[in-house]
Design a protein around this ligand. Structure first.
Ligand SMILES: [Zn+2]
Length: 152
């Protein structure tokens, strides 16, 4: 069995994008928190997606009084990107931030939705328990749902 690189090894040695680019992406996600609509939870989240064509698209969480209708910053950013640019580009990196600086990895629903639009070595960075965590998408979501009708 081959051991995966630790998260710190990933950020220091393996990560396929520049640290300065990642810092810019984190800043864009932080800026997006200012546009979040979160009157119920007061948990203001922003996400910034870097696509393999170099474009960056941000999103924020949008809550609803019917709580189950709330949509996360990551999915809102992705849906905005596809609505504006189509689904051709793939996500190369994702940054998630929140106004409180609380730990905030992407939720399972966002991971599944993003899984159809990521590069093989996409980078994910988010506030962890002890500062920024930076991991590959494969590390945070190793097995995603696939629908293969022919296999039935
Ligand atoms: Zn989510």
């Amino acid at each position: 069995m081959v051991a995966l690189a630790s998260a710190s090894d990933y950020a220091q040695k393996v990560m396929p994008i520049d640290h300065a680019v990642l810092e810019q992406l984190r800043a864009a996600a932080q800026e997006a928190t200012k546009r979040a609509y979160a009157p119920y939870s007061k948990f203001y989240v922003g996400a910034a997606l870097l696509f393999d064509d170099g474009s960056v698209v941000t999103g924020c969480n949008v809550e609803n009084v019917s709580y189950g209708l709330t949509s996360c910053a990551e999915r809102n950013a992705l849906f905005r990107a596809i609505s504006e640019h189509g689904a051709g580009a793939k996500i190369a990196a994702v940054a998630v931030a929140n106004a409180a600086g609380a730990p905030c990895p992407p939720c399972g629903a966002c991971r599944q939705v993003m899984s159809e639009f990521v590069t093989a070595d996409a980078v994910v960075t988010f506030p962890g328990e002890q500062g920024w965590e930076t991991m590959s998408f494969a590390e945070i979501f190793p097995i995603c749902f696939h629908f293969v009708p022919e296999a039935r």
